[in-house]
Every structure is written in C-alpha cells, then in structure tokens.
Design a protein around this ligand. Structure first.
Ligand SMILES: [Zn+2]
Length: 149
C-alpha cells in the first residue's frame, strides 16, 4: 500500500504462461537438431537422400524429413513434444485441453500421412527424435534393401 492507499504490487501475469512458452521454445530449438544428426549419420553410411522434398500422394502434399525417392522410402523424425512421444510427453499444465487436442490432431495427421504414402507404395520409416542415429540408419538401410517390392 502507498500513502494514498493504492496497491503498488500490480497483479503479475500468471507465471504458467512464460513457463509454457519456455517449454515450447526449448522444443522448437531442439526440433531440427536430431534431424541433422540423423542426416549426417545417413550420409556417413553412404546413403544419398533428398531433404525438404515434397511428395504428392492422391493430391495431398506431404513433406517427409528425408526422402529416398528412387526407392520410395520416406523418413519422418518426430519431435517428442509435438508428436506426443509416450516416453517424453510432457503436456503443459496450462491449457491442457488445448494441448491434448493439438497433440491428438498431430497424431491423426501423422497416421493419415503414413496411410497415404503406404497406399502409394512407399515405405514409411517414422522414428522419435530421441532414437539413436545409428538405430535410425539401420532402419533406413533395411527399408532401402527391401527387395520384395
Ligand atoms: Zn521421446
């Protein structure tokens, strides 16, 4: 209280919103890093791929993280946060309904993308960002060498 009785300590914004923002920023920052690590590992293994290459399936444009168009193999490296990794999912407590719906929408979209690509004869390799680049490289090599197609 000041001498005239007004409160000087104004109501501060709810600290949960800057906290939630920090989580999101942290995730955005690390979003591309696992992707780069995987790309480097694939390159080191002698695999040549396209990055940021849109694939159109039944009129729908999808953009896998790594594309081997010559073998129709599409690789997605999913961020643990945005795609709801069961091991690392941490939903901000604020607006939890909003986040639940957002993550659910992402999952639905991921499934639809996979289904579209598979129907068109693609092999989809979808991994979490927390998976080791060596493990991902093995999966990709396996997909590329699938000669039964
Ligand atoms: Zn994870």
């Amino acid at each position: 209280m000041t001498h005239d009785g007004r409160r000087t300590a104004a109501a501060y914004p709810n600290p949960s919103s800057p906290a939630a923002r920090a989580v999101m920023q942290g995730n955005r920052k690390t979003d591309t890093r696992p992707e780069l690590t995987v790309r480097r590992a694939l390159h080191a293994a002698g695999l040549r791929y396209r990055v940021n290459h849109a694939v159109t399936v039944q009129g729908v444009r999808v953009r896998p993280d790594v594309v081997f168009s010559w073998r129709k193999v599409a690789v997605f490296i999913d961020g643990c946060f945005w795609h709801g990794c069961p091991t690392h999912v941490t939903q901000p407590r604020a607006n939890s309904d909003y986040w639940q719906q957002k993550l659910q929408r992402n999952r639905v979209r991921d499934n639809r993308t996979d289904a579209l690509l598979r129907q068109a004869g693609w092999i989809v390799v979808r991994v979490w960002e927390h998976e080791s680049s060596a493990a991902v490289t093995d999966l990709v090599k396996h997909a590329l060498s699938d000669l039964d197609r």
